[in-house]
Design a protein around this ligand. Structure first.
Ligand SMILES: C[S@@+](CC[C@H](N)C(=O)[O-])C[C@H]1O[C@@H](n2cnc3c(N)ncnc32)[C@H](O)[C@@H]1O
Length: 276
């Protein structure tokens, strides 16, 4: 069993992935990237690092699996309920008062629980028809799950229902899905205004200009250089006076474009763009 990964092997891997598939992992935070790689070596029972490199090089289908394993997809509905309350009570009223239509981008949406939370909250407040939502992720496989809106019943009861209750939803989460065996299927009417797309935040390419960006629990996997670049991309993708929400362990206060934002709520990690 391989217990550690040499820095040179990491370089070979990131170079190969960049050259062959045009994904750049060279600025991912090294410790979590290594942990994910060790997990992959164990799952696929590779006894040398070279075997992983050869498989990535020769098998594009395997590369898709690799991509799914290297990215962390953990998510929940109404994760950090107090943030969702703040969003509903303080941020969205301002946006919907001043705009006929509000554009929202979930960057790094994973399997879509965050997107459904947004759609439910918008619906409960009469805003859903006035919102246009983009949901993006680097991982094609996880995006398919997001589109399907099919989740384990177990998670709904143990996690999502509790979060929804703490958020102070107007009804019960079960009003928005139907149970089919061990799974639930989310109500597809909630997501008719949603466009799902593959998008790599590390590519530096902006694809739309929006009023609100949720980029939560994605930046923690990047090193400071990449975080800095992604914050620039986010700044570029937001209209003036648009809002950015990051994860509870993330912040933009140290980065190059920090002075172009004000902090709206430090606890909930809500920021507002104040200039181009
Ligand atoms: C931990 S999940 C966060 C999901 C959700 N935003 C939340 O907070 O619950 C991180 C997601 O970021 C995605 N991701 C990782 N690197 C990315 C990149 N370079 N561009 C876009 N998405 C990326 C992963 O595929 C994963 O689905």
């Amino acid at each position: 069993m391989i217990e550690d990964i040499e820095i040179n092997d990491l370089r070979l891997l990131t170079q190969l992935v960049k050259e062959k598939y045009d994904y750049d992992f060279s600025n991912y935070a090294i410790s979590s990237f290594k942990r994910r790689l060790l997990r992959i070596l164990e799952i696929y029972k590779f006894d040398t690092f070279d075997k992983l490199l050869i498989k990535i090089k020769n098998e594009p289908v395997f590369f898709k699996e690799f991509l799914s394993e290297i990215t962390v997809n953990v998510t929940e509905m109404f994760r950090d309920p107090s943030m969702w309350r703040e969003l509903r009570d303080k941020v969205l009223p301002v946006l919907f008062q001043s705009h006929d239509s509000v554009k929202i981008w979930h960057a790094g949406c994973s399997s879509g629980e965050e997107v459904y939370s947004m759609a439910i909250m918008l619906k409960e407040n009469g805003w859903l028809d006035k919102a246009k939502i983009f949901a993006t992720d680097i991982d094609h496989t996880i995006l398919s799950k997001a589109k399907e809106g099919k989740y384990a019943v177990k998670n709904m009861h143990e996690l999502n229902d509790k979060n929804y209750f703490r958020f102070g939803g107007k009804t019960q989460l079960s009003d928005y899905y139907k149970v089919e065996g061990q799974h639930i299927l989310m109500d597809k009417k909630l997501v008719s205004n949603i466009t799902y797309m593959e998008h790599n935040l590390a590519s530096g390419i902006a694809f739309a200009k929006v009023d609100l960006i949720l980029c939560r629990n994605v930046l923690i996997y990047f090193n400071q250089n990449l975080q800095n670049d992604v914050f620039k991309l986010i700044h570029q993708s937001l209209f003036n006076y648009g809002y950015l929400i990051v994860g509870s362990k993330e912040t933009l206060v140290w980065c190059d474009i920090a002075s172009k934002f004000i902090t709206v709520n430090n606890e909930e990690k809500i920021f507002k763009k104040i200039r181009d």
